[in-house]
Write a protein of this length. Structure first.
Length: 115
């Protein structure tokens, strides 16, 4: 059974930093691209960052230059380092992977940025 578990969310002031972690189990992690999504209050879920098996990263325009995604294949973990956080970054952040044609989501971790 594939499982994604996120951690690292919390309450932070604007301008602060947080690092989210997602640990995968039940998959051969190193052969899967990984993504982070978020869903803010009253908003649709949107992709925030993606990292390929070759460690190529891609970001939503709204977070470029502030967020960094990385992966550690030895630990089956993908990280999202978030700097210079803004109130509009407030959302539940989800880890995501496609495994054998199925979409797999983590349970999410809440990030709240106060102004």
């Amino acid at each position: 059974q594939v499982q994604l578990v996120e951690s690292g969310g919390g309450l932070v002031q604007a301008g602060g930093s947080l690092t989210l972690s997602c640990t995968a189990s039940g998959i051969l992690f190193r052969i899967h691209g990984m993504r982070w999504y978020r869903q803010g209050p009253g908003k649709q879920r949107e992709m925030v960052a993606a990292v390929t098996t070759g460690n190529t990263a891609d970001y939503a325009d709204s977070v470029k230059g502030r967020f960094t995604v990385s992966r550690d294949n030895a630990k089956n973990t993908v990280l999202l380092k978030m700097n210079n956080l803004k109130p509009e970054d407030t959302a539940v952040y989800y880890c995501y992977v496609v495994h054998e044609g199925k979409w797999v989501w983590g349970q999410g971790t809440q990030v709240t940025v106060s102004s």
